[in-house]
Design a protein around this ligand. Structure first.
Ligand SMILES: [Zn+2]
Length: 189
């Protein structure tokens, strides 16, 4: 499906809203009908078109799986070397999982970051988006998520020039509140 111009943007936004509404509505437990659950595991298929979630009912503890199809039309991601590749939620989730290893961050929270990034990309970009822009946005999300995960992520994402720069990052992470105290910008390439 090729969408372009303002009409395309509107169509894309409608699809996103539809999907978000679906996402916000908790699944009804197939065993007891309770409407609140927690996500145990999230798997995104290689092609990125389907997301499978393993859930546990908060009432009867029964476990079940749901499969959601992705309805957004994502812009292409422009990599550093200029090549284009499809937007890939699985890639983003795996980066977050690595940064959050042994940290008190739930899969629900990581999943939330992926969904917010995806929504932001769909809402703000039409045909193409720089991978750098996604990286910066992701840094801000990591900053709010967990100090250690943020620093791990930042140290991989940015090439720290010296220890002072790294310490600045650490200090900022330690004194974090809801908004980052500085604009996160990647080093010049
Ligand atoms: Zn139940």
């Amino acid at each position: 499906m090729a969408l372009s111009g303002e009409k395309g943007n509107n169509a894309r936004r409608r699809l996103t809203l539809k999907k978000n509404k679906k996402y916000l509505n908790k699944m009804k437990c197939p065993y007891c009908g309770h409407q609140d659950d927690r996500v145990l595991d999230t798997r995104i298929q290689r092609d990125g078109n389907f997301i499978r979630r393993r859930r546990e009912c908060l009432s009867c503890k029964g476990r079940f799986s749901t499969q959601e199809s992705v309805m957004e039309v994502f812009p292409l991601v422009i990599k550093k070397d200029g090549r284009r590749e499809p937007f890939n939620k699985e890639k983003i989730l795996s980066g977050i999982k690595t940064a959050c290893q042994k940290r008190p961050v739930s899969l629900d929270q990581m999943d939330g970051v992926v969904e917010r990034i995806a929504k932001w990309v769909v809402d703000h970009f039409d045909q193409e988006v720089l991978s750098k822009s996604i990286g910066e946005r992701l840094m801000k999300e990591m900053f709010r998520l967990d100090d250690v995960a943020y620093v791990r992520f930042a140290s991989v994402y940015r090439q720290f020039k010296d220890i002072h720069e790294f310490m600045n990052e650490l200090e900022a992470a330690r004194n974090k509140d809801d908004t980052p105290p500085f604009e996160l910008t990647p080093p010049p390439q």
